[in-house]
Design a protein around this ligand. Structure first.
Ligand SMILES: *Cc1c(COP(=O)(O)O)cnc(C)c1O
Length: 239
């Protein structure tokens, strides 16, 4: 337990992010319980995840399947840990994801959703799903378009081993708060439209906001902010 001393760098950075989230909720006039923190641990060692768990963090986000499986095996003794897959989805990785994660944030096409549904083990609860939306309309970014969303949502809602919880987006970076808010507002409106169209669906999740823009995201209704750098420090360049 020495690693989780209250004065470790991780303890300080995690506390600072929790304060940022609390203040953002307060500034938005929203209850303190309305958004939770997903700690994005990609490229970071299992020992740091373990330390964050000792500091009370329970939900972790990973982008790379193989790396995540290794960490999960090393951390299998941690009660209540919840793993979210937030990276790009490839068909040949869906089985590992369906078997080893509780949430997937990056579903953007029916074919991938179908595979996750078919591969989700019967002994586990349904996989919690967010649809990734290409909210900045950049040709290079992954995510379904707003136009594709109703049909994709309808398809996922028909799959019994998946539970459609909401939407996720990674907007293009913007410097000032006002510019950051625009794409998050579009994502919120898209979720509101889906709720009207599918009133029975458990659509309660807006996965948006990262280290650089969590305040803007919370202002627009984020319920799950995905924060890596501000918690675990800078990452090495992508592999
Ligand atoms: C890496 C990553 C994050 C965390 O980004 P930071 O800027 O380090 O907070 C959040 N969401 C997704 C999908 C990511 O890939």
């Amino acid at each position: 337990m020495t690693a989780s001393s209250a004065h470790s760098p991780l303890a300080e950075s995690l506390a600072a992010v929790r304060t940022r989230l609390a203040e953002a909720l307060n500034d938005a006039g929203r209850p303190a319980t309305e958004a939770r923190l997903l700690a994005v641990s990609k490229t970071k060692p299992a020992a740091l995840v373990r330390e964050a768990w000792h500091l009370g963090q329970r939900e972790f986000g990973e982008n790379y399947v193989q790396e995540a499986l290794e960490k999960q095996a090393a951390l299998a003794d941690l009660d209540g840990i919840v793993w979210h897959f937030i990276g790009p989805l490839q068909s040949n990785k869906t089985r590992d994801i369906a078997e080893h994660f509780a949430w997937v944030h990056s579903v953007d096409r029916e074919k991938i959703a179908r595979r996750l549904n078919d591969q989700r083990p019967e002994g586990l609860p349904p996989l919690e799903i967010c649809l990734q939306v290409n909210i900045s309309d950049e040709a290079t970014k992954s995510g379904a378009s707003l136009a594709e969303l109703p049909a994709l949502a309808e398809a996922v809602l028909s799959m019994p081993r998946l539970r459609l919880r909401g939407l996720m987006a990674i907007p293009a970076p913007a410097e000032d708060r006002e510019a950051q808010r625009k794409p998050f507002a579009r994502l919120r409106e898209a979720l509101e439209a889906l709720r009207e169209r599918f009133p029975e669906a458990p659509l309660d999740t807006l996965s948006m906001g990262m280290t650089g823009d969590l305040e803007a995201a919370v202002r627009e209704g984020a319920t799950l902010v995905r924060v890596g750098t501000a918690i675990f420090g800078e990452r090495e360049p992508p592999r």
